[in-house]
Design a protein around this ligand. Structure first.
Ligand SMILES: *Cc1c(COP(=O)(O)O)cnc(C)c1O
Length: 460
């Protein structure tokens, strides 16, 4: 194998025991959960890769910060520390904490768009799409075509298709495009990065047509690390400088801090210099989240977040973090297991369609692989495919997703090389008996976001 595991740039000071149930117990538990991984109890899971959101391990400094968090209702010390960190890192005048990423979307999108308007993105995350739609507007995805081919190894598969963006703006009318959203990294395309050049091109188009540009910034630090690795112009730049440059092209950002800022709860939004918009956003923050100087968080959360903003930029940490993905991906390469490649920032998106060519989309290969991973090694993952996509709201027909992925999302600073090897070994074992694995049928589903709650049964 060509890739070596990058050693953890930390040592372990606190532990949380985990336990693998027996095969019989795992088979029993997943059956009792109606073959829905969201219905499992956390304690029945050995390695939990359901999401990298809010599942991070905080550092000793962050835990120390928890103890000195200022719980004042208004004007707390921790709030000012967070705002100053945000201003320094992103270069924006206005920084506002909220309780998580979707809260930032809820506060801002209603101020920017309404019926008849459009939001165009390299890909809307599901809550981002939901808040565009709640505001009455429509969400249009415009990612580069190469994102659709999991085997094609190009450096920036998260990019916006710039030509298509301009075509769409002209088609809808520039006055109807309320917002352009750059999701960095592009979560739904497999944690794929966006280049600075693409950001520049998108920014130029937004300026030309007078449209606001928002960054959906959940994984801004992982994106900056990829830029340093893959974009020639930035090979000697610091992560901090790359982030400053990236954000300089946008007007605002919304951020889930549960990802790259390495906390368990929190969010932010930033506005570069539009004072009027910030005034209105403060009003919504007070209505939806709480007073502006705590934004739905405890003072201790604000303190941990202010510290995490800096820890997330550390290059030794990012090298190790992305190194974990690259190590797992290299083991899959050796075994001939396909995934969205090159591997992205926060997880490995295994191509379940390639693993189970005999299971059609409407028997949910991504979900079948997620269930097999639990049975094989107590690993919890999720389907990113037709099972998650659901039915056409007009016809009730099962939609056919472009991909059938099973996502192994890796929590930050949580698992070791031995755990990563268990993930690879489990996938290899499943591949060896892939032809015996059956598809699934839904026996009950709610009308929206069904994958969280649906019941399934294996097909004979
Ligand atoms: C997680 C996420 C969100 C939503 O944030 P929450 O903190 O889960 O509310 C929005 N956009 C992207 C790209 C995300 O990954």
């Amino acid at each position: 194998m060509a890739i070596k595991y990058i050693p953890e740039p930390f040592r372990i000071k606190m532990v949380e025991p985990i336990k693998m149930l027996t095969l019989e117990e795992r088979e029993q538990r997943i059956k009792e959960a109606n073959y829905n991984l969201f219905s499992l109890r956390g304690e029945d899971v050995y390695i939990d890769l359901l999401t990298d959101s809010g599942t991070n391990a905080m550092s000793d400094k962050q835990w120390a910060g928890v103890m000195i968090g200022d719980e004042a209702y208004a004007g707390g010390r921790s709030y000012f520390k967070l705002v100053e960190a945000g201003q320094e890192i992103f270069g924006y005048e206005y920084i506002q904490p909220v309780h998580q990423g979707r809260a930032a979307e809820k506060v801002l999108f209603g101020l920017l768009m309404g019926p008849g308007k459009y939001s165009i993105s390299n890909m809307h995350f599901d809550t981002t799409r939901a808040h565009v739609e709640i505001a009455g507007a429509r969400a249009i995805d415009c990612v580069v075509e190469e994102a659709g081919d999991p085997t094609l190894r190009t450096p920036f598969k998260g990019n916006m298709d710039v030509e298509k963006l301009e075509r769409l703006i002209n088609e809808y009318g520039k006055e109807n495009v309320a917002l352009v959203v750059m999701t960095i990294t592009n979560n739904s395309a497999g944690g794929q990065p966006v280049s600075i050049q693409n950001m520049r091109d998108v920014s130029a188009i937004c300026k030309k047509y007078g449209i606001k540009l928002n960054i959906d910034a959940a994984r801004y630090a992982e994106n900056a690390y990829f830029i340093k690795q893959r974009e020639e112009e930035f090979k000697d730049a610091s992560i901090k400088d790359i982030i400053k440059e990236m954000f300089s092209y946008a007007d605002m950002f919304t951020m889930s801090a549960k990802k790259d800022t390495i906390v368990n709860m929190g969010g932010l939004f930033g506005i570069k210099n539009d004072k009027e918009l910030f005034q209105k956003a403060k009003g919504n923050t007070i209505s939806f989240e709480g007073f502006t100087t705590y934004g739905g968080l405890s003072g201790r959360d604000l303190e941990a977040l202010a510290i995490g903003l800096y820890e997330g930029l550390d290059e030794d940490y990012l090298r190790y973090r992305i190194g974990q993905m690259e190590y797992l991906a290299a083991r899959l390469d050796d075994a001939g297991i396909a995934y969205q490649s090159p591997v992205g920032g926060h997880g490995v998106f295994v191509d379940a369609k390639a693993m189970f060519p005999h299971i059609p989309y409407n028997e949910f290969p991504g979900q079948a692989l997620a269930i097999e991973l639990y049975k094989e090694a107590g690993i919890r993952t999720c389907d990113i495919g037709s099972y998650m996509l659901g039915n056409d709201p007009d016809t009730g027909e099962q939609l056919h997703a472009d991909f059938e992925f099973t996502r192994l999302a890796i929590p930050r600073r949580v698992y070791t090389q031995a755990h990563i090897d268990i993930m690879a070994d489990a996938l290899i074992a499943i591949k060896e008996r892939a032809s015996e694995v059956k598809g699934y049928r839904i026996t009950w589903e709610p009308p929206v976001l069904r994958h969280f709650q649906a019941s399934l049964e294996p097909l004979k």
